[in-house]
Design a protein. Sequence first.
Length: 46
Amino acid sequence: MISVVALRREGFRVLSENLGLVEIERFVTLLLRERPTDYTEWRKGF
């Protein structure tokens, strides 16, 4: 398992290579707006 810092760095790298900064911001906004407070319920959507 990688550290939280490494996970964030890698996640941002992958997103930036595929989406660009504006689309990353839209993606994060969608996640924050649409996710329920129950992580288990949120994961069921995947």
